[in-house]
Write a protein that binds this ligand. Sequence first.
Ligand SMILES: [Zn+2]
Length: 153
Amino acid sequence: MDREILLEKVREACEEFERQNGRKPSKREKNKINGFPARMTSLAFDKKVNKFYTATSGRAPSRESFNSLLKERMPNPSLESGRDPESCAEVQAANKALNNRPDAQISDLIIATILTGDGAPQIRCENCKVTLRDALVITDEMAEQEVKNVQIQ
Ligand SMILES: [Zn+2]
């Protein structure tokens, strides 16, 4: 699967935010630079069956509601202060993928996460690095590259 196609799909999913919430993400939700909470959109692609699942961050479903593969890996306590492992977009997207196919594994997933407001690729948080360690997360590397470019300028 081409990473550009995955990115395009996850950006399409951002429009879903607007449909579901009846508004565009707020400025606060867009702002990643000053450390404000930022609403993310993630896509999980199940490469075994060629299916996409998307989710946005923010709301944290109960840990009990997650697929056991995710539940057993989620850090407890959270590795990020003020943010629960359950609240991230990528674990929620992965949860949909795993629940949709009983024999799905985390390693079957390719994940892309962007900032909903401007589509910028985002690095996984410390919780997600643990919970989703077996997945291929294409946006980690892309976001690191962007950070490097910013520092050079
Ligand atoms: Zn996370």
